[in-house]
Design a protein around this ligand. Structure first.
Ligand code: SAH
Length: 222
């Protein structure tokens, strides 16, 4: 890493700290995962800025602050089995992979998933398992999960995902319509009941049911 690069990383970490990210494990993961490997070449010089960037298929890699907030809110432990819906670039899954035992991640755009899989291999991230398909239908073969993160917004959290939480589990997701504003919501499963809290406003691309037109049928990818 060059000095300029190292300075950019430090500046982002300081900015995140100033914005309320206090979990040293989360900041450590952000420091260790090279975000420039997850953005198109044309945007690489902005990789360490606190901005969302386009990744193709009309999707975006989330702003580092949002990744940090959601990861911190998820209270991930090193023995946890985590489900992510919306692989996108694979950046959030890579951050989670540093903090838990295993990440399962689903994406409905096959080209995005293929690129994300290449990045996991290049970066020697071996505890992420991918699946091509509609994440709003969950991953029943692997449930239950200790933690679930949805990185696309729906008017409500799909019940199949909520029900895939293990006892004591936590789910974090943006909830709401695209125009009316979305809230980051944390749901805890306690004694079989679900307890929800609002964590503040966010903006995400929508969770879209089904697969894109002309996509091949769902199945395990890779
Ligand atoms: N977590 C990603 C960014 C999320 S962008 C990253 O770190 O880069 C939201 C992603 O959710 C997009 O890639 C979009 O295609 C995907 N998505 C939307 N609806 C989905 C669904 N029903 N199932 C799986 N993925 C979905």
């Amino acid at each position: 890493m060059t000095d300029v690069q190292a300075q950019k990383v430090l500046r982002l970490l300081m900015e995140l700290r100033g914005l309320g990210i206090s979990d040293a494990r989360v900041l450590g993961a952000i420091e260790r995962v090279r975000r420039e490997a997850f953005v198109p070449a044309a945007f690489r010089d902005q990789a360490w800025e606190n901005v969302a960037l386009p990744i193709g298929q009309a999707q975006t890699i989330s702003q580092p602050l949002v990744v940090a907030l959601m990861t911190q809110a998820l209270e991930v432990g090193e023995r946890h089995k985590v489900l992510e819906i919306g692989t996108g670039s694979g950046y959030q899954a890579s951050i989670l992979s540093k903090l838990c035992r295993r990440v399962f991640t689903m994406e409905r755009h096959r080209p995005l998933l293929k690129e994300a899989e290449k990045r996991f291999a290049e970066l020697k991230i071996h505890n992420v398992t991918t699946r091509f398909g509609d994440g709003s239908r969950g991953w029943p073969e692997q449930a239950p999960f200790d933690r679930i993160m949805i990185t696309a917004a729906a008017p409500e959290v799909p019940h199949i995902l909520r029900d895939s939480l293990a006892e004591g589990g936590i789910l974090v997701a943006p909830v709401g319509e695209e125009r009316r504003g979305q809230q980051l919501v944390r749901i805890r499963r306690r004694d079989g009941a679900f307890v929800a809290e609002d964590l503040g406003p966010v903006r995400f691309v929508p969770l879209v049911a089904g697969l894109p037109r002309n996509a091949a049928p769902a199945g395990k990818s890779g």
